[in-house]
Design a protein around this ligand. Structure first.
Ligand code: CU
Length: 654
């Protein structure tokens, strides 16, 4: 990422706007992410008005999104009230502060949050790693393992996903440092894990408070080459080019996208990354709302290894602790999308208040998506339509892993989210050939511990308006008897999830369970409420004990679905600050009130993900794994919205 001085920020912002060839206009909107100059201004106002010093670090600087009421009262051309929600860590006092800063120069909120902890921030990580690298016990431990040059050691700073060691557990912020030997600068960073040597560092003082040196296990030596210079890239196919001779079919106006009959806005923040706002579909001239705001609000990765070499401690909140958007790839350096692509730049603010612009942080394009529908009549008449989908995507690299967030908009009214997981599996050293109950040995002595990637989507749906009800639908076999003499009959059972306690639900693949969100005040041509259904295609089940440290901190993962009434301060399912938190914050805390949900502005929280039992084929770089969910219209349209799609030119077939 590129650090920019405030004067450079403005120039960059102007260049950014000029860089989008498909951006016909740049109409400002209250949901636009804060521009670089706005972020810099918000930080400057807060520093000035609150007398901040170098001891104040910036955790997250996010758009303070306008309320739904303010948004519906706003019209294009009206003045826009811009504000930033800034979380500050006062390291002198060990105090976290939530603030809201208006770009009119006012500090509208300044609320200390005693007891809450900030995750480790950039300069703190640098100081912790330097302290660990220079600790004589670490140097000696490396030397005894045959590593004389500590600069050849890749060290990471990980939060504790299990109990902090008792003698250190006095409320301090702590991290520990898994290490890997990297004998040459281009060696696979995770091929040579150093067994049994970690520093534990107090983040606030950058003091090494413990060095664990259990020794014993040799560093695995098999390299894991994956660079083109090492693999040769010998498998070649003939070129495949996507040509759109008339250009793309979508229009980008600032952060608004119009494609086919869809209209929606994109957003971006350094905590959640890509955000989807205000999704609408043109239904024969009537623009219907579907969703107000959709994001991946948390991503937690609990590791399931009991190994003494630290694997059990690994459990990261990649959204709440790391900030997914902080790690957005600049796709100028590599993007595998084909066709007419438009990129959007995204911005982050680092712990010291510096604004960074990630050029080409979001990719927008269309993809061919095979057959949309087809029928051959008995008279031989054929109607077939090819489908296309619009894709908004982002890739983030968080240490060893890459996560792609892909939002798809289909011509049949479906919205699909797909997470693409790739990168390098996390490794630890083990005894070659020994029994490893919770790891896969992928090379001799190189273990990849079992783990899960659990995403929680926050889906503020507004199906044809804000008053929505959530209904669980199960397919139910009818008992054989007078009403079902042939034993073939089945029906559906619908259960209204009337309150928060009743809306903590799990998948049931045997019943084909899904959840539909309907608007009781908006009925279709059959008098039925219009709806969208959430199809849980990528669900998984957490394997950590609910009373474990990670089980308490990520309690949301023990139900696939939660539903809450929409509240602007209920954004993150594990709470605002999960770092070293005792747990049970977020969804379990809010829903204890068991608030009513019928005909309400509801938010669905859906947890999905993968259970990753690594394979040898996941090494040295894992082929993409996919997981996600779909939102499909259910009585929302009178008929298939794809029925009037024009046929493709048949020049390349038949
Ligand atoms: Cu994995």
């Amino acid at each position: 990422m590129l650090g920019l001085a405030p004067s450079a920020v403005k120039a960059r912002a102007l260049a950014m706007r000029a860089a989008h060839p498909h951006t016909s206009r740049m109409t400002p909107h209250p949901l636009d992410p804060l521009a670089p100059e706005e972020l810099a201004e918000a930080i400057a106002i807060l520093r000035r008005e609150q007398g901040l010093t170098r001891d104040h670090l910036f955790v997250f600087t996010l758009l303070d999104e306008p309320s739904k009421e303010a948004l519906s009262a706003w019209s294009p051309g009206d003045p826009i009230d811009r504000a930033a929600r800034i979380t500050v860590w006062d390291r002198a006092q060990g105090l976290l502060i939530e603030s809201v800063v208006g770009l009119d120069g006012t500090v509208r909120r300044w609320d200390p949050q005693p007891g809450q902890k900030a995750a480790m921030l950039g300069p703190e990580a640098v100081a912790c790693l330097e302290a660990a690298r220079n600790d004589p016990r670490v140097i000696e431990g490396l030397r005894r393992r045959g590593i004389d040059d500590p600069s050849q050691v890749h060290m990471e700073t990980w939060p504790f996903g299990i109990d902090v060691p008792e003698h250190l557990n006095d409320g301090r912020r702590l991290i520990w440092t898994p290490m890997w030997h990297r004998p040459t600068p281009d060696a696979n960073q995770y091929a040579h894990p150093i067994g049994g040597l970690h520093a534990v560092v107090a983040v606030d003082t950058a003091e090494v408070v413990d060095v664990e040196d259990t020794d014993g296990i040799p560093t695995p030596q098999t390299p894991g080459p994956y660079r083109l210079s090492e693999t040769g890239g010998g498998v070649r196919l003939k070129p495949l080019e996507i040509i759109q001779p008339e250009g793309a079919s979508f229009v980008v106006d600032g952060w608004e996208i119009r494609w086919e009959r869809w209209r929606f806005r994109l957003g971006h923040c350094q905590r959640e990354g890509l955000v989807i706002h205000d999704v609408r579909f043109d239904d024969d001239g009537t623009e219907r709302t579907i969703a107000r705001r959709m994001s991946i609000a948390e991503l937690v990765i609990p590791y399931g290894d009991t190994g003494i070499n630290g694997a059990a401690r690994k459990a990261a909140f990649d959204t709440g602790e790391f900030g997914f958007g902080n790690y957005a790839n600049s796709l100028t350096l590599g993007c595998d999308c084909l066709g007419e692509i438009v990129y959007l730049d995204v911005c982050t603010v680092d712990a010291e208040g510096e604004v960074h612009v990630v050029q080409n942080g979001i990719c927008l394009h269309e993809e061919d998506f095979g057959v949309l529908w087809k029928h051959t009549d008995t008279d031989g008449h054929v109607e077939v339509r090819r489908g296309r989908r619009f894709v908004a995507s982002q890739v983030a690299t968080i240490d060893n892993y890459e996560y792609g967030y892909f939002w798809y908009f289909h011509q049949d009214g479906t919205i699909e989210f797909e997470a693409k997981l790739t990168g390098i599996v996390l490794t630890r050293a083990g005894v070659p050939g020994a029994k490893h109950p919770s790891s896969t040995e992928i090379e001799p002595g190189l273990l990849a511990p079992y783990h899960q990637h659990l995403f929680c989507a926050r889906l503020d749906l507004d199906v044809d308006g804000p008053g929505n009800t959530v209904i669980e639908v199960d397919a139910v076999a009818q008992p054989m008897g007078p009403a079902n003499p042939d034993g073939n009959a089945y029906t559906i059972r619908e259960t209204t999830l009337a309150s928060e306690a009743r809306a903590q639900r799990d998948i049931d693949p045997f019943a084909g369970r899904y959840w539909k969100v309907v608007n009781p005040s908006s009925t279709n041509h059959l008098g039925k409420p219009r709806g969208y259904k959430l199809l849980p295609t990528g669900a998984n089940w957490p394997l950590a004990d609910p009373e474990s440290v990670i089980g308490r901190r990520a309690r949301f993962m023990y139900h696939h679905l939660w539903v809450t009434p929409n509240r602007p301060d209920e954004l993150y399912p594990a709470g605002d600050h999960p770092f070293q938190h005792e747990g049970l914050d977020g969804l379990p805390r809010w829903t204890a009130a068991d608030r009513p949900l019928e005909d309400t502005d509801v938010v669905l929280w859906f947890t999905f993900g993968t259970n990753h039992i690594p394979r040898t084929e996941d090494w040295p770089v894992m082929p993409v794994e996919r997981t996600g969910f779909m939102l499909k219209p259910y009585g929302f349209f009178a008929r298939s919205p794809g029925i009037d799609v024009a046929p493709s030119e048949p020049k390349h077939c038949c």
